[in-house]
Design a protein around this ligand. Structure first.
Ligand SMILES: [Cu+2]
Length: 130
């Protein structure tokens, strides 16, 4: 099943595509506020090609956070210098989404940096592309 065929069921809005970059990802901020960020992918399990990454952001009380800035990085752990970076767009109800074109299978690190007003939060996920 392709990403395009699944998208209408999620009623997602504007979704940007991660662009290639060579910068390093941010490190976790030890002073960050407490958030719960979960990641889901389409298709699942993810395969080489376009993969929709979408993140659900909740505050410490479990309330969805809208209007935040969410930056996403994707780095191929198996190789150096193979990374992408860009914003995930706000879909409402605490969901932020970005389409990422994974050109290679293997182990990828997904880095998320959240800015919610003056508060920040960072989290990393491991993603295996089949
Ligand atoms: Cu690679």
């Amino acid at each position: 099943m392709s990403v395009r065929r699944i998208l209408p069921f999620l009623a997602l809005g504007l979704i940007l595509i991660l662009a290639a970059c060579s910068g390093s990802s941010d490190k976790a901020n030890p002073n960050s506020e407490s958030y719960t960020v979960t990641m889901n992918v389409l298709p699942d399990p993810p395969v080489v090609g376009d993969v929709l990454l979408y993140f659900t952001v909740l505050d410490a009380q479990g309330v969805p956070i809208s209007g935040a800035t969410v930056e996403v990085g994707a780095d191929h752990i198996d190789m150096t210098g193979m990374g992408m970076h860009g914003p995930a767009t706000d879909q409402g109800k605490g969901i932020y989404a970005v389409t990422t074109n994974f050109s290679m299978s293997g182990n990828w690190k997904i880095s998320v940096r959240l800015e919610d007003g003056a508060k920040t939060y960072s989290k990393e996920f491991q993603l295996i592309i089949q």
